[in-house]
Design a protein around this ligand. Structure first.
Ligand code: ADP
Ligand code: MG
Length: 486
């Protein structure tokens, strides 16, 4: 009998070879928590924790693994990939874990973004003594560098670059408009950050139009309208997000008009965003509309598929997470409106990776999308598969799932064979049907070839007891529940 540590050492060497031959993300995705379980009569038994990894490796990497394996163990002829749920257990010493895998890979440093900072701005010519203003913190996570440029937002990005390099010159005001979640705030904040980087002495203020309005209301209540007029005079770059909200707010529009003119005539940069172009801003004074449209007006659009992929990849990189490419493609194909939505789905996938220490699959994501009410047609997964995944289903479905997972024909699962390899999956199937579908003991007995309800009860109790000590069984059960979208 060869010891575990010998197998592990061998597997490490093979993984090192694989790491040279495959992209890093594939190695991490498919080979985390894998182990050589045994080598008998030239058959190399590779264990992985999920059925997904098993199928994937069995379909794509067998040749490659065998090639490398033969260098170290020349008598290996055949590779079998098997599921062993316990390998995912952090305490399982047989498996090569993700941290160790990362050591094999070419090192890529992932930049950590600094925390959000507050910038205090003090006006020195306010005169009233309480003219100190605070910018609404620019969030350093928004930069022009991490704004992904595709053909649809190239113009908006280029205009933002130009303004960052030469604030107050040709593109003034810069007016960016478009639907929700398409990157307007990102661009506005990024320009602010960039200007501060290029010109550290300049004063940059980012504010939403609602905050601007609230300040005016407060100033009026405190009889400080005059101070308010002076307040923004020293600002070099005045950024107002979502300007559409000042519609119908006459007093706010009035004050804004004065501030705008004052800054504009002193060559200060003004940047605005809105959900629609200046001309279409109903409820906003014509003189403001014409000023809004007098500089550079650019629209942001929902980006094309390739750009969406690039955005997702970038966000993964920022978070230090690697997802299988088909998961990224699935997300990109199934978001249709906004980048915020795209990020929302990605966040779910990343949470799944981090919390459950497992790889999200298209099916698990489909379940989440469905729960988020994003049903309808999901691209990249068949309707049956979605519904198989999602409707908490019939006992037959559970039997099929368990059969597929353990690679035992379903007639054996429901049959009479009492071999341990069949008995445990059978009992587990009964347990899942009882606990999750809440079928009665009698009806479960019926599905399992007419067994007595006490047999079913015994099976459920047996599993319940085993789950307290058998780590592999726990891992199998988690994997199965996950496959059921739970
Ligand atoms: P809006 O202000 O238009 O509603 P946001 O600027 O808040 O949209 O963008 C929503 C999210 O999408 C943000 O997290 C932003 O960073 C991200 N985002 C939008 N466009 C891009 C892009 N081209 N590249 C990278 N991230 C983007
Ligand atoms: Mg916004």
């Amino acid at each position: 009998m060869i010891s575990n540590s010998v197998y592990k050492e061998l597997w490490r060497k093979i993984l090192q070879g694989l790491a040279e031959a495959l992209p890093a993300n594939q190695v991490i995705t498919w080979f985390s928590n894998s182990a050589v379980l045994s080598i008998n009569d030239g058959v190399f038994n590779l264990g992985v924790p999920t059925s997904f990894a098993r199928d994937w490796i069995a379909n794509r990497y067998v040749e490659k693994i065998l090639d490398i394996a033969k260098k170290y163990a020349p008598d290996v002829q055949k590779l079998e990939v098997v599921i062993d749920g316990a390998l995912a257990d952090p305490a399982d010493g047989r498996a090569v874990k993700i941290d160790e895998l990362q050591n094999f890979l070419p090192q890529k440093k992932i930049r950590k973004l600094p925390n959000k900072q507050e910038i205090k701005i003090v006006t020195n010519n306010g005169g009233s003594g309480n003219g100190a203003i605070f910018s609404r913190a620019l969030n350093p996570k928004y930069t022009l560098d991490n704004f992904i440029v595709g053909k649809d937002n190239r113009l908006a990005h280029a205009a933002s670059m130009a303004v960052s390099n030469r604030p107050g010159s040709e593109y003034n005001p810069l007016f960016i408009y478009g639907g929700v979640g398409l990157g307007k705030t990102h661009l506005l904040q990024a320009v602010g950050n960039e200007i501060l980087k290029n010109f550290p002495d300049k004063i940059v203020v980012y504010i939403t139009s609602e905050q601007f309005m609230n300040e005016i209301v407060a100033a009026i209540q405190k009889f400080q309208a005059r101070e308010f007029k002076l307040k923004y005079r020293s600002v070099d770059c005045f950024i107002v997000d979502d300007i559409q909200f000042i519609a119908q707010k006459d007093r706010t529009q009035e004050e804004f008009f004065h501030t705008f003119n004052e800054l504009y005539h002193n060559g200060r940069q003004i940047i605005l965003s809105s959900d629609r172009p200046p001309k279409e801003l109903a409820g906003i004074d014509d003189r403001l509309k014409s000023r809004f449209g007098s500089g550079m007006v650019v629209e942001v659009y929902f980006p094309d598929y390739e750009t969406r992929i690039a955005i997702l990849q970038r966000k993964c990189q920022e978070q230090g997470v690697i997802l299988p490419s088909e998961v990224i493609e699935f997300i990109a194909s199934n978001s249709h409106e906004s980048i915020r939505e795209l990020e929302g789905i990605l966040t779910q996938a990343i949470a799944e990776t981090k919390l459950e220490n497992s790889t999200p699959t298209i099916r698990s994501l489909a379940a989440r999308l469905f729960k988020m009410n994003k049903n309808g047609n999901l691209v990249g997964i068949s309707a049956e598969e979605v519904s198989r995944k999602l409707t908490v289903r019939t006992p037959e479905d559970v039997i099929q799932l368990v059969a597929g997972y353990f690679r035992i024909p379903s007639h054996e699962i429901i049959g009479q064979i009492r071999r341990k390899e069949v008995l445990i999956p059978r009992q587990l199937a009964m347990y899942l049907i009882y606990e999750i579908l809440h079928s009665s003991l009698d009806s479960i007995g019926h599905y399992f070839g007419g067994k007595n309800h006490t047999t079913v009860l015994h099976a459920c109790n047996k599993i319940r007891i085993e789950l307290q000590s058998d780590k592999k069984l726990v891992a199998d059960m988690h994997a199965l529940k996950k496959e059921m979208g739970l």
